[in-house]
Design a protein around this ligand. Structure first.
Ligand SMILES: Nc1ccn([C@@H]2O[C@H](COP(=O)(O)OP(=O)(O)OP(=O)(O)O)[C@@H](O)[C@H]2O)c(=O)n1
Ligand SMILES: [Mg+2]
Length: 407
């Protein structure tokens, strides 16, 4: 198979391969970029594999970065782009395909491809677009089959994350996991427990955001792999609930975790935090999801959000909440929601026309907790459009609040 009309990313990278070839070595595009091009999907990175050893690669190019030189990876910088170039290799004793304990550089493409995870990921392509298919990846691709290269068991022992990758690709591509490969996942599922949570998380997110999430979830259930994911051992019913939702698509990591927290009945702030901590997500994500879940609760129970709820949720988390509410069957018109947020008199507490200093100057309070309470009352009154966001009006209002507190 020869691919004509290669995407621009390959055109830009072609001179790199040609330079390596001119020096007498082999070099190919490999992995996900070849798979995605054949499937007509957008590319995110272009990986190159070569028979040249790292030191040999470095001699050929002016600007390189040692991104993972002990594993054979050198980044070549060219016209503002970076290309990861990895020497053909075999390896052993590793838990992470990208960072094995022991690497042996080899000069043969076949050796390199045969320790890759799935046949559709073991394709290589020359600079001219000729696809090199040593493990029948093209036939599997055509039939929509995910099949481990060689003995599945060995591939999963090399890197247990590959079992998560299998169900993730099932979801992204709508492919079926071939039966021996699936059996090997069922047999080796417990190995997943040893994989770094962050790596498992990325695959879990990609699975849920895929175009065929039910295919991925089915794979998790039939192999029992879900039992070895963080905080998932007892979540069979939750997975079935997700599968039963009418056709859904999650557009972001934020909406993914919001739907998960909701379906796992983690709806109070502490429970959401605990779940996301277990999965080692960022604090930024935790804050976003906690806000979105609060809004989701309000939407579920009241059918709409108050001005105050809009204000405290913030626009991004509001959108997330509504995306998830839509999946769950109680979403609102997104444009209307954005409109009602936009119509809030202020969007941040710093926009309030008075601050603590103003209250002191007007001798309305002395420093202390009372000041915070009065400012909070002012903020609430402005958000609810009970008082205009103007200094005079707010000082009058603050005086009233202070008086009522003093009596
Ligand atoms: N655990 C892994 C990870 C990667 N690979 C190989 O390395 C390539 C590139 O890896 P990566 O970019 O992580 O995955 P992709 O398959 O490219 O998928 P994505 O779309 O997520 O980039 C894969 O295609 C596969 O050949 C592997 O064999 N085993
Ligand atoms: Mg990739």
């Amino acid at each position: 198979m020869i691919l004509t009309q290669l995407p621009a990313e390959f055109q830009a990278a072609k001179p790199i391969i040609e330079t390596i070839e001119a020096a007498g070595y082999e070099a190919y595009f490999v992995g996900g970029c070849v798979r995605d091009t054949i499937l007509g999907k957008p590319l995110h990175d272009v990986d190159i594999a070569t028979s040249a050893f790292p030191a040999e690669v470095k001699q050929l190019f002016k600007r390189t970065v040692d991104t993972g030189i002990e594993h054979g990876t050198v980044m070549i910088l060219d016209h503002g782009n970076g290309y990861e170039t990895t020497t053909f290799r075999t390896e052993s004793g590793y838990q992470d395909f990208r960072r094995p304990d022991q690497v042996t550089f080899v000069r043969s493409l076949k050796e390199d491809l045969k320790r890759r995870d799935f046949t559709i990921n073991a394709l290589a392509m020359t600079a001219n677009g000729e696809v090199i298919d040593l493990f029948d990846g093209l036939a599997d691709m055509e039939q929509g089959i995910l099949r481990a290269v060689g003995v599945a068991e060995e591939r999963f022992h090399e890197d247990a994350l590959r079992m998560m990758r299998a169900v993730r690709f099932a979801s992204q591509l709508g492919f079926t996991i071939e039966s021996q490969t699936e059996q090997a996942i069922a047999d080796n599922a417990a190995l997943l427990a040893k994989i770094a949570v962050e790596r498992t998380r990325v695959e879990w997110e990609k699975l849920l955001m895929g175009q065929h999430p039910v295919a991925g979830l089915t794979g998790l259930l039939t192999t029992d792999l879900y039992r070895y994911m963080p905080a998932m051992a007892d979540q069979e019913a939750m997975l079935r609930q997700l599968m039963a939702l009418p056709a859904w698509h999650l557009p972001s990591i934020e909406s993914t975790w919001t739907l998960l927290s909701w379906t796992m009945q983690r709806t109070d702030e502490a429970a959401v935090r605990q779940l996301l901590k277990t999965w080692k997500t960022s604090n930024e994500l935790i804050n976003h999801v906690t806000a979105a879940i609060k809004a989701l609760m309000a939407l579920k129970h009241n059918g709409q959000l108050t001005a105050q709820e809009n204000f405290y949720t913030g626009l991004e988390a509001l959108k997330t909440a509504n995306q998830v509410a839509t999946i769950l069957g109680f979403g609102q018109d997104q444009a209307q929601l954005v409109q009602s947020y936009a119509s809030l008199p202020i969007h941040d507490k710093h926009e309030l026309a008075i601050n603590g200093g103003d209250l002191l100057k007007a001798k309305l309070v002395t420093p202390g907790p009372m000041m915070g309470q009065i400012l909070a009352a002012c903020l609430q009154a402005v958000v609810m459009k009970q008082v205009p966001n103007q200094q005079d009006a707010l000082l009058d209002f603050a005086r009233m609040v202070a008086d009522s507190k003093n009596h």
